[in-house]
Design a protein around this ligand. Sequence first.
Ligand SMILES: [Zn+2]
Length: 339
Amino acid sequence: MQERYSRQILFDGIGEEGQQNLQKKHVLIVGAGALGTGNAEILTRAGVGRLTIVDRDYVEVSNLQRQQLYTERDANDRIPKAIAAQKRLREINPYVEVDGKIMDVTVEEIDRLVSNVDLIIDATDNFEIRFLINDVSQKHRIPWIYGGCVSSYGISFTVLPGETPCLNCLLETIPLGGATCDTVGVIAPAVQMVVAYQSAEALKILVEDFEAVRRKLVSFDLWKNEQSAIDVSRLRKEDCPSCGTSPTYPYLSYENQTKTAVLCGRNTVQIRPPKKVNRDLNALVTQLENQGGAIEQNPFLVSYQSEDRRVVFFKDGRVLIHGMKDIVEAKKIYHQLLG
Ligand SMILES: [Zn+2]
């Protein structure tokens, strides 16, 4: 068994003891896109004890250029990323307990998601969820590793509760920018660089070598040959609502949660029902059959195509409406189809 890990046990920073520590740890990866699949593969191969990976989307052909766990087949069958990733990770290392969850990370869910978790890796593409991660990490004292990537640019920072500033403290330092991979593109090496930063920090934390953890905010542009590391230690704010002396965890309150979101600038609106539902996909197909569009179904979702619009219904009640950014218009379609 240990032969599998022999090269990293030989490595000074890990050793036998580090490997044993690693095998006792549970990591939550939020997002199974480019950063999520990269981090998940490295930690699975490294032999982390348990890995939970959550994602709300399914595999599309435009993901395959950089989302390393997926295949053409996954895209053709519209397999949810959490399911496709789980399958591939179990093939890579059956000794890791891998749990893929198809879900949107919301205020209602996040507390339950982080129970017994030793580390959270941010692999999302939006700040709504990152601030949720940031607050829950402070509340339960769980370290998390921020990562972002767009174009040939990447950024990463490790938040250690009680020690480093948090994402909220760094609001003015981190570009929250509107550019996303869907508007300006992204190259795989930039993704891999962020994955390398995140997973190296993850290994340090999981083997409990906290002294080695990078304290600086790193960013780079691989096309422009730029690299920087900023010391942000002085930016920790005593009155920060997330990590300060009397925290209120503002992002964990239900009021701050949006139910409808335009996704990652990619011409898609997500609608989430006010309450969680368990949608009967077969009944839905019967209902949609009267409406004249093309229907495809797999065990996890139903896709309905009509003209240039595709509407995807998930079991948990969420609906993705592709081909528009207008929330009002999207809601109309939603109600038309669901009655
Ligand atoms: Zn803070």
